[in-house]
Design a protein around this ligand. Structure first.
Ligand code: PLP
Length: 463
């Protein structure tokens, strides 16, 4: 289009209605709907006007270029509106529990169960055996108790909610004793002590950062004390001159003082070290067996299920938690219960490798997979396969480094940050590692079924 500089050049910009009626754009607008189409057109034209206004001396050129690319620009914006905001990505970082990437991917069985339950009416709160109202707790409780040795298990929205419920119900208006070495910040500014205070409890810090003794708890306990709380140092390690009471000792003190003893276990590992390979990670059943009366843990960390908070322990306390009105505000829906039941079922059948988190954490074939994938990338991409380590992530097992194999790439012609950006913007989006000006793919967290899609993404990019 020729823009006449003598008149107001902005007059050359078409009207919204003209673009809405333009025959070549009809297929786009049919997909988008008239109302959103109007919005996309208006936004696009406003930006074009703003670009012209920002550089008056080059306005005519900006305008010509903008008008020439107008239809393509409208198409791009329409596509971006039509694509969902929450999308599946390929996690090639090797970090199994990546909180920013949604932590644990669900097992095939859990996904299938979700498909069956999501669009249907269910017996969520109905007893089919008795033909009357039932409780939503029943669907996972027996299974979870079998796996942990607990008398009761409740499910809420996440572990933070579980802690909130415990603190509010058992210690609201009273005091919680907690070691100074366990005042944990989880991530994204979430701090365990702040949740406890938000629940209306007062914290009484005992001991010192590195050492807390049983006598510290005993000395601090008074008439307002309601709860002894132990918090798993899930995302940091302490070494050197350190100590804290054993769980058995804390439990005995609780019994002596007539106070409940709870543990925030965070990652919620259900597998014994012999199977998990993580000697230092306490299991839920181990904590309960050692006398903890309530153990709270996440559903989407080492358990490998949906986002949820589980509370396992003694019936006396869990009955109280269940009866607290706040429970209603924290309870989970049928989708969470469906996915959780299917996940726990894999543990009950001792088929841990059905749970993606455990399949990835226990993977032993990473070198072969990396070599084979690197050879498929060649010759377009020069790749070096090197041994490396992956952290577990998600605030779990801070001291554990998993032996891994990483495929390192260095694009010629452009930088590695730009490659990372192109990968993020690809379909499907790919997240990789960046280190020393190289981009790394750790196939630990890439499903075998995703390898072809990953290869296609690289084929679509220039090396
Ligand atoms: C992760 C974690 C939490 C928070 O759990 P969410 O399920 O993310 O709410 C609380 N406490 C500990 C010790 C944790 O590791």
């Amino acid at each position: 289009m020729v823009v006449n500089r003598a008149e107001n050049p902005l007059r050359a910009i078409p009207q919204v209605d003209e673009l809405l009626q333009r025959p070549s754009l009809q297929p786009l607008w049919r997909e988008l709907g008239a109302q959103q189409a109007r919005r996309v057109i208006r936004e696009t034209l406003e930006e074009l006007r703003a670009r012209c206004a920002a550089a008056p001396e080059a306005a005519a050129d900006t305008l010509s270029a903008g008008l020439a690319g107008l239809e393509a620009e409208l198409e791009t914006r329409t596509r971006s509106r039509l694509s969902p905001s929450l999308r599946a990505v390929i996690n090639a970082t090797g970090v199994v529990l990546h909180t920013n990437l949604g932590r644990a991917p669900l097992s095939a069985a859990a996904c299938q169960r979700l498909g069956e339950i999501a669009g249907a009416y269910t017996n969520l709160e109905y007893s089919l055996a008795e033909g009357r109202r039932g409780k939503r707790d029943t669907h996972i409780e027996a299974l979870a108790c079998e796996l942990t040795g607990a008398e009761r298990t409740l499910v809420v929205n996440n572990n933070a909610a579980a802690l909130l419920l415990v603190a509010r119900t058992l210690a609201g208006g009273g005091e919680i004793l907690i070691s100074r070495g366990e005042l944990v910040e989880i991530g994204d500014g979430f701090r365990v002590p702040e949740i406890l205070i938000a629940a209306g409890a007062r914290l009484v810090e005992v001991g010192t950062t590195n050492r807390t003794h049983l006598a510290d708890y005993r000395r601090a306990a008074g008439p307002a004390t309601r709860l002894l709380l132990r918090v798993h140092r899930s995302n940091f390690e302490m070494s050197g001159f350190t100590s804290r009471p054993r769980r058995e000792e804390l439990a005995a003190l609780g019994a002596e003082l007539g106070l409940p003893v709870a543990e925030d276990l965070g990652s919620g590992c259900l597998l014994s070290p012999a199977i998990s390979g993580f000697a230092e990670e306490p299991t839920v059943s181990e904590c309960l067996a050692a006398g903890m009366e309530i153990v709270t843990y996440s559903g989407d960390k080492l358990l490998g299920g949906p986002q949820a908070g589980l509370l396992s322990g003694k019936k006396v306390w869990l009955d109280r938690l269940r009866a607290e009105p706040l429970f209603r505000a924290l309870r989970v829906d049928r989708l969470t219960l469906a996915a959780l039941e299917a996940t726990l079922d894999a543990y009950a059948r001792e088929s841990w490798d059905e749970v993606p988190v455990w399949r990835m954490l226990r993977a032993r074939d990473l070198e072969a997979r990396a070599q084979s994938f690197a050879s498929r990338l060649a010759p377009a991409w020069q790749a070096a396969v090197e041994p490396d380590e992956s952290p577990v992530g998600g605030g779990a097992l801070p001291g554990t480094r998993l032996q891994s194999w990483v495929i390192w790439l260095k694009p010629s012609g452009y930088g590695c940050m730009e490659l990372a950006e192109r990968l993020r913007k690809a379909e499907p989006p790919v997240l990789a590692r960046i280190q020393n000006d190289r981009l790394g793919l750790d196939l630990r967290t890439v499903f075998r079924e995703q390898e072809n899609a990953l290869l296609q993404v690289f084929e679509s990019l220039q090396s």
